[in-house]
Ligand binder design. Sequence first.
Ligand SMILES: *Cc1c(COP(=O)(O)O)cnc(C)c1O
Length: 356
Amino acid sequence: MHRMFVPGPVDVADEVLQAQAAPMLPHRSKEFEAIYRRASEKAQQLFLTQYRVFLTASSGTGLQEAAIRNFVDKKVLSCVNGAFADRWHEVAASNGKETEKLAFEWDQPVAPERVADAVKRGGFEAVTVVHNETSTGLVNPVKEIAAAVRAAAPETLVLVDAVSSLSGAKIEMDAWGLDMVLTSSQKCLALPPGLALGAVSDRAMEKAAKVQNKGWYFDLVRMEKHRLKDSSPATPAMSLIYALDKQLDRILAEGLEARFARHSAMAKRVQDWAEAHDLNMYAPAGFRSQTVTTIKNERGWEVSALNKFLLERGMRIANGYGALKNITFRIAHMGETQMADIEALLEAMEEYLKQG
Ligand SMILES: *Cc1c(COP(=O)(O)O)cnc(C)c1O
């Protein structure tokens, strides 16, 4: 039974939790290097990439910062239509980069033609975009955005935050021409928090080799030298890598297409339920997330009281994020959550509504 209908951290399978209990090894040992290599290779399949996948001992925000420090010397375009995109923009600004914010209404997707117009003006080394905005439950058309950028300014790198969607929705890194795709362990991957995964294209690595002041810890050029020897410059988050190795086996055994279809079916079930209660989704049709549904609280339900009721039954949903608190609430359906779990949640919510 899964009970965390919040967009991370989510429930972790018992066998994955237990994988963390394996004994420590010297990190520069053949035994650990073999685990590191096989986890990285399996991870490539999730990103649908032939390129490298870095594993860092950080949450996803660490890789947002790594992306800025490695791929941007001076100037970046930040596409912003939600809280996490806004954070990435702040990360760029706080690293001293010149960053232009291309802002959209939060209930509207990033428009590829506006991104193209902006990059045509020149000088942008990279564009940042969030694939699945966890605050709004909106999916940006990353494939179309990447194509628009390639056509308008071929040298500009496309950097994508897929923290709450990778492995729950199909993101074809290579086919779409993405230069970096990053994610965290505690969301769709259904692992404990503390690990981030980032896939990086060759041309992005070439750019990184030319960028100054990358810092030390997140210098991807340094990491790449070690990665080629199945290692990392500093001590890796070993227990989390044991868990990743196990969880990737489970994900690949389910099958990626089956996993995407499961997420899509759960999203549809939750959307249909909301509509049956005359509630609208925050994101417009065609741009709704497969992993988290943000519902407009148009009937003025008291989200904290609802959650208290759910908690007594061992479940929890999420309130709206930041400025969307109480105006919206969110039901996450990601990771190992199954349709039966969603049915149990919706049943409990019905029970709450009946008692008035
Ligand atoms: C959760 C989240 C982040 C932040 O990730 P951390 O792992 O908490 O650092 C960034 N982007 C998106 C889209 C998220 O959902």
